[in-house]
Design a protein around this ligand. Structure first.
Ligand code: DGY
Length: 329
């Protein structure tokens, strides 16, 4: 008798995780570059007990009801693509991968901040296009990072890791978060500020909140208009936190100087989108966690969550722990 659970994996994740899954389960893996269409997911989960998905999949109640899912395991820390409430109502635990991509994402945030400050993409373009003719006393002047003021929106794991990096640059660090942390303030010498004050004072604003109802369009027209005309906005969290049309206007009208985005709304951003063509906007394709180490650990954690859920054990990294209190289970 075949006791191995059926699972659907919506993309080729690193081998470290896939091997763990294939050892214990009958896994069907979507091997295409682009995400599986919704109707494929609905069909594929119909005989599955486990789903391992990515942030590009919309996992709603319809998907949950299409099979007899006992666990959903997300290959990411952010779970805004999954209807957590619907999962909890159905007694389905949702796994995610916190912690292991913190430093990779904080590094990328800093890389974007510095690339914008020192206009690195424009400088590279200049060399590649053959326009580099001489040393220019007035050319490609950027902003100092050293001892500038940084405003961190969202002081979770990644925001805190960015603060640690910023200390090395002797930055004055302000942060805003629904939960004030005196401990981190004392440890890192950072200062709590209201969002308005942070936006008004920071030379660099980096965004690290999860995308939830309260943070959707947190950085809207009014917020962008509060920022300094010399300021740089870095978003390495989720595109929906920044109001895209307002950002286009802000960059065109000079409300802020530059933006550097690892995430966008929509995502991916079409190649002909105004933000892609702007000299004062850097866009990279959601690569915050894209280091070999981080992605391998994410794959292992996603597999651990999947296997725990299939075995009826509590997920080691659960995004909806209330599911274990729920009566529906
Ligand atoms: C996440 O994990 O949420 C990142 O956005 C992708 O790794």
């Amino acid at each position: 008798m075949n006791q191995r659970p059926q699972v659907y994996v919506t993309r080729l994740i690193p081998e470290a995780g896939l091997t763990m899954i294939r050892d214990r389960c009958d896994a069907r893996v979507w091997e295409e570059e682009l995400p599986p269409p919704k109707d494929v997911i609905l069909e594929q989960v119909s005989d599955c007990e486990g789903l391992l998905c990515l942030l590009s999949e919309d996992v709603d109640g319809e998907v949950m009801d299409a099979g007899d899912l006992r666990v959903i395991s997300q290959f990411a820390v952010g779970v805004d693509n999954i209807d957590l409430e619907a999962a909890t109502q159905r007694g389905i635990p949702v796994g995610h991968t916190p912690g292991v991509l913190t430093d990779a994402t904080a590094d990328l945030t800093f890389a974007l901040l510095m690339a914008a400050a020192r206009r690195i993409p424009e400088a590279i373009d200049k060399v590649r296009s053959g326009e580099w003719r001489t040393w220019e006393p007035r050319g490609l002047l950027g902003a100092d990072v050293w001892q500038a003021t940084l405003g961190i929106v969202g002081l979770g794991r990644i925001g805190t890791a960015v603060a640690r990096r910023a200390r090395g640059f002797e930055m004055d660090i302000l942060y805003n978060d629904p939960n004030r942390s005196i401990e981190v303030e004392e440890e890192l010498g950072i200062v709590y500020a209201s969002l308005d004050t942070l936006l008004e004072r920071a030379d660099f604003v980096t965004v690290h909140t999860p995308l939830v109802d309260e943070t959707r369009h947190l950085i809207d027209r009014a917020a962008l208009q509060r920022m300094k005309p010399t300021a740089v906005l870095v978003n390495a969290a989720r595109g929906g936190i920044v109001e895209t049309d307002a950002l286009v206007e802000a960059l065109e009208e000079g409300w802020i100087a530059q933006a550097a985005l690892d995430v966008t709304d929509p995502e991916p951003l079409p190649a002909d989108h105004p933000l892609v063509g702007m000299a004062n906007c850097i866009v990279v394709p959601h690569i915050g966690s894209a280091t070999t180490t981080a992605r391998n650990r994410m794959a292992e954690m996603a597999a651990e969550n999947l296997l725990a859920g299939l075995a009826g054990r509590t997920l080691p990294y659960c995004a909806n722990p209330q599911v274990y209190e729920s009566e529906t289970r």
